[in-house]
Design a protein around this ligand. Structure first.
Ligand code: 5RP
Length: 222
């Protein structure tokens, strides 16, 4: 199967996963990226079965609205029953690297406010050790060089993602050459650098369910 077919398969599996949670009053969290987009397109078929969605990016909000799905602000919904999103890498503990699409901060906020995180990914995203994919770090623009120097001291090779401004008006440093042995400890360490808004390690709040698209079918890992 192609990577696109695997993404379609996990998007369909996610629909089955969340269907029992849907009802007239249900608002769900929806992630960002090409896999999440496929989920959104399938979610549109259930548009009349739930109330609406909280989007993790402006791009996702636009796509959801395009399907006639109502968008809610997280401040008006409280805790969400479920959040569905992709990942750039995911390990056996369902810790992830996210933020390839620069939406990491809102993704982490929506994930934090959700009872269940369903990660949808094709098999290429499954890794033993996080870090082959360059770890995104969202920074306040005036702190970019300072944060980069701190990241170098931690052993990373940070590269400014030129031309990218996040939905929050910030910038991204991508950390290359940065294999992560202890994701929870590194997530906390990076958060402690002044000027860092968010880092793309989702370990303190990892996924609860991973739907992994493989040539043998969709694996459900918890
Ligand atoms: C965006 C993300 C995405 O979930 C991640 O980049 C995966 O994207 P895709 O499904 O396109 O591979 O974190 O910030």
């Amino acid at each position: 199967m192609t990577q696109d077919e695997l993404k379609d398969a996990v998007a369909a599996a996610a629909l089955d996963e969340i269907r029992p949670l849907l009802g007239r009053h249900t608002v769900i969290g929806v992630g960002t990226g090409s896999t999440a987009n496929r989920f959104i397109d399938k979610l549109a078929t259930l548009r009349d079965d739930f109330r609406g969605a909280v989007a993790s990016s402006e791009a996702t909000a636009e796509r959801l609205r395009g399907h006639g799905i109502e968008i809610f602000e997280l401040n008006e919904t409280g805790t969400l029953p479920v959040y569905v999103d992709g990942a750039d890498e995911v390990n056996a503990h369902l810790h992830m690297i996210k933020g390839g699409g620069a939406a990491l901060t809102r993704e982490k906020i929506v994930a934090a406010c959700s009872e269940r995180f369903v990660c949808i990914a094709d098999a290429s995203k499954r890794v033993e050790c996080l870090g082959d994919f360059p770890l995104p770090v969202e920074v306040i623009p005036m702190a970019r060089s300072y944060v980069a120097r701190e990241l170098v001291m931690l052993g990373a090779d940070p590269v400014y993602r030129e031309g990218v401004i996040t939905d929050n008006g910030n910038q991204i440093l991508d950390c290359y050459e940065f294999m992560i042995d202890d994701p929870e400890a590194m997530e906390a360490r990076l958060n402690a650098i002044v000027g860092v808004v968010t880092n793309g390690l989702f370990a303190a709040r990892g996924a609860d369910v991973l739907l992994l698209g493989t040539d043998q079918g969709v694996e459900r890992l918890t």
